[in-house]
Design a protein around this ligand. Structure first.
Ligand code: EPZ
Length: 419
């Protein structure tokens, strides 16, 4: 079991580069299934979920060639197994992203139903309902989704009862090769959806409206291979900016895009941070003491649920009382009790956490439970005086490339222990 050991209390300073976004790369890799030629992906982060996805594509029969450190080429023309078996995808919830592409290309697909996860039930009922509107016959047997579309998929009007990011991405990909027009309403507006639409257009897809809540897709016969570029990871970016702010430091993240973080930057300014932005960098310098600020997670362009835990860690040492409301997932407060172990004053009231800022957190052994909760514990650890040990760090490796290396480059005293 691996743990991250932190000697905290040092203000973090300096600059760190953002990696490509995990939540953009996963749907982009799945889109390779649609391409009638090799696709070269640029700026793919080295993360466990990414390896799971590329291993799955290779298992389906695709050629996967790593060209250099963060670039790879995938050619799915020889792929002939439209499946995603449980054993291969049980650790990666985003396996549902291959369902739409496999079904529209092969006329059938068998994909393991994603299991539950720490932050919530996370069903994919909206994905399946949308595929049925497009002509698919769907059944669930022995934990797998069995989808059939012997006559191919046809377009239709799909209204998502709830905004779903991977649901929008899954159906967007299926619609690219479906017959006729598909209209997605109440679609997700996340930058990762726009990155996917931009990339599919570059390969010949006919898509408009991405980035708004209504996306129109005209089905085409085929899309070609080509080059695809992953956007910066906005959640990783904000996590390192938060590391600077929670320690009273001054951190710059480069190779990123300030336009992806409007809601987060607005809140940290309210909390007293000095924010400087350029075309591809963001700098946040901490005030004497952060001020309490309320947040309410929402679909993009609202405050991202993936930054809720990290923002809460900052509010634990802010002056005043803040309210953090989680509206997207039903159980995304697993970090609260661990932060309380480190001296935070947090009361839970349903989907709202009431945080009374304390002057200092106290280092302690804590346990990661999910990806973003683990990030918030690392932030608390670099802020707290003394030694914090975060166990079960496999959670954090799913979303943060080389986290201890990047934190060390900002002056953190942080190591990975293999015990
Ligand atoms: C994506 O998950 C992200 N993952 C998540 O990031 C992110 O937290 C989430 O979007 C919200 O922004 C990837 O992009 C790979 P949803 P996704 O479908 O698509 C409910 C991280 O930390 N829902 O937008 O699975 C669902 O239960 C991860 O990087 C249904 O009820 O999330 C949730 O309450 C965590 N039925 C809400 O909608 C469905 O069919 C939003 O989920 C689909 C979703």
């Amino acid at each position: 079991m691996e743990s991250i050991v932190i000697q905290g209390g040092v203000p973090l300073q300096g600059s760190v580069e953002s990696s490509g976004a995990k939540n953009a790369a996963l749907p982009l890799l799945a889109a390779a299934i649609l391409a009638d030629g090799p696709v070269t992906f640029h700026r793919i982060p080295h993360l466990n979920d990414i390896s799971t996805m590329t291993n799955l594509l290779a298992w389906q029969g695709a050629d996967v060639i790593y060209d250099d450190k963060d670039c790879l080429t995938i050619d799915t023309r020889e792929a002939n197994k439209p499946e995603a078996p449980y054993e291969m995808v049980k650790t990666m919830r985003a396996s549902s992203l291959v369902l739409g592409p496999l079904l529209v290309r092969f006329g059938e697909a068998r994909v393991s139903l994603p299991g539950g996860c720490a932050i919530g039930a996370r069903p994919i009922d909206l994905h399946l309902k949308a595929l049925e509107v497009m002509g698919a016959e769907i059944s669930v047997e022995h934990g797998d989704v069995i989808a059939k579309a012997p006559n191919g998929l046809h377009g239709g009007r799909i209204f998502f009862d709830q905004v779903t990011v991977t649901g929008t991405e899954n159906i967007l990909m299926a619609a690219v090769l479906a017959k006729g027009e598909t209209v997605l309403e109440n679609a997700a507006r996340e930058p990762e959806v726009v990155n996917l639409a931009d990339s599919l257009r570059a390969l010949g897809a006919k898509i408009e409206g991405d980035g708004t809540d209504t996306i129109r897709i005209q089905g085409v016969e085929r899309i070609s291979g080509g080059d695809i570029f992953t956007i910066a990871d906005r959640i990783e970016t904000a996590t390192y900016l938060a590391a600077g702010l929670i320690t009273g430091g001054d951190v710059t993240v480069t190779k990123t895009d300030p336009k992806l973080l409007d809601a987060f930057l607005a809140r940290v300014k309210e909390a007293g941070a000095t924010v400087e932005v350029g075309d591809d960098f963001i700098r946040c310098a901490a005030p004497e003491r952060l001020q309490a600020v309320n947040i309410h997670t929402m679909p993009h362009p609202g405050f991202p649920t993936d930054l809720q835990a990290q923002f809460m860690a900052m509010m634990c040492v802010a002056e005043g009382t803040s309210l953090v409301s989680e509206t997207i997932f039903e159980n995304r407060f697993m970090h609260v009790q661990e932060l309380v172990r480190m001296g935070a004053d947090i009361q839970l009231d349903g989907h709202t956490a009431v945080i009374k800022g304390v002057k200092k957190l106290s280092a302690a052994p804590v346990m990661a439970t999910d990806l973003r909760a683990s990030a918030s514990l690392v932030l608390a650890g670099v802020a707290a005086e003394g030694e914090t040990v975060v166990s079960r760090v496999y959670h954090i490796d799913r979303g943060y490339e080389r986290i201890e290396e990047k934190m060390r480059s900002l002056g953190a005293n942080i190591e990975r222990h293999y015990i």
